[in-house]
Design a protein around this ligand. Structure first.
Ligand code: FAD
Length: 292
């Protein structure tokens, strides 16, 4: 089913997973995680795609597993920075053969070890979307950035480009992670004023360990609210407390987003069914009423 058709009738509850690195483990290692995530009845599960274009088959295999073994729709991330038109057609043909009809069209970032020319054919996600729209029949989503994309001169400029993605055929957006909901509310407000009408689904990344916290702190473009920084700093040596704080923070963030009529909830699961389940179990009834 096309995600755009689901969104016509309801807000969505969804997850992101990533395929394991084939050098370290086999794709089947994550199937039990997918089965566990399926218990929480997600409308769709998105599968990441390496920006180098490598291991696309792993992404497709995982999406096919979701299609054939769960009640969720798979959403295949499709990064174009390393691809030319032939590559795109090749990937698209396999998706079509596997009846994978939903893609999240993305540019990707040049990996540090990428030897070839990046952005040689498609310079932006919108160009991939125009190409896919002319040559294929996917339901397309795209990425957006509550705090603005790091390369953008301003939020306004970023939103002008976001509108281009809607014009190029996007039926929904999924946001980059954020920890202060005000950025999401501002994004939606300004986007609506600029004629962006499609759902903007907030992406929630639970921060449940010091390692993850440090990673996000070092990642440009994600502000960490003062209280969260204080708590994570105070409990940085206490794994259990860090976990509790991370789950509680995500739960609060989701509740506030739902209270403010967010267009859905997308959880970056980091392949942890436990984290996702611990969030879901605390607000099962709210999710069931708001997102079903
Ligand atoms: P674009 O839409 O091309 O935007 C990139 C920059 O260019 C922005 O500053 C934008 O304002 C500007 N821009 C956009 N269009 C134009 C235009 N036509 N002309 C001029 N400027 C323009 N990365 C992966 O490698 N694999 C993944 O699976 C993956 N999944 C993601 C999922 C989500 C929900 C999000 C938010 C990000 C994901 N990313 C992934 C990261 C993403 O690839 C990077 O953030 C990348 O830097 C931008 O991708 P984009 O599709 O938003 O690019």
């Amino acid at each position: 089913m096309r995600i755009s058709d689901i969104l016509k009738n309801k807000k969505t509850f969804s997850f992101e997973v990533f395929p394991p690195n084939p050098q370290n483990s086999s794709i089947s290692d994550i199937f039990s995680t997918i089965d566990a995530l399926n218990q929480y009845n997600p409308d769709f599960i998105s599968v990441t795609f390496k920006s180098s274009g490598d291991f696309a088959q792993n992404t497709i295999d995982l999406a096919s597993y979701i299609k054939n073994h769960t009640s969720a729709e798979p959403l295949v991330h499709f990064t174009c920075g390393a691809l030319d038109k032939e590559d795109v057609n090749r990937v698209a043909a396999v998706l079509e053969q596997e009846k994978l009809e939903n893609v999240l069209a993305l540019r990707g970032d040049k990996p540090a070890d990428f030897a070839g020319e990046y952005l040689k054919c498609f310079k932006h996600a919108s160009e991939l979307m125009e190409y896919l729209q002319q040559n294929h029949k996917f339901c397309m989503g795209a990425a957006c950035y509550p705090e603005g994309h790091i390369e953008s001169e301003s939020l306004y400029d970023d939103l002008v480009k976001l509108k281009m993605k809607q014009d190029a055929g996007a039926s929904f957006f999924i946001t980059q992670l954020f920890y202060d909901n005000n950025y999401y509310y501002r994004l939606v407000r300004v986007a609506r004023n600029m004629g962006i009408t499609i759902p903007i689904i907030p992406g929630i990344m639970p921060l449940t360990s010091t390692t993850m916290f440090n990673k996000i702190m070092n990642m440009a473009g994600a502000s960490i609210p003062f209280e969260m920084r204080v708590l994570f700093d105070r409990f940085r040596d206490d794994k259990k407390a860090m976990y509790e704080i991370g789950i509680a923070y995500s739960v609060n963030q989701i509740l506030e987003l739902l209270a403010n009529d967010a267009d859905g909830i997308h959880i970056y699961t980091m392949n942890s069914a436990k984290v996702t389940g611990d969030i879901y179990s605390r607000i099962t009834n709210v999710i069931e009423r708001e997102l079903r």
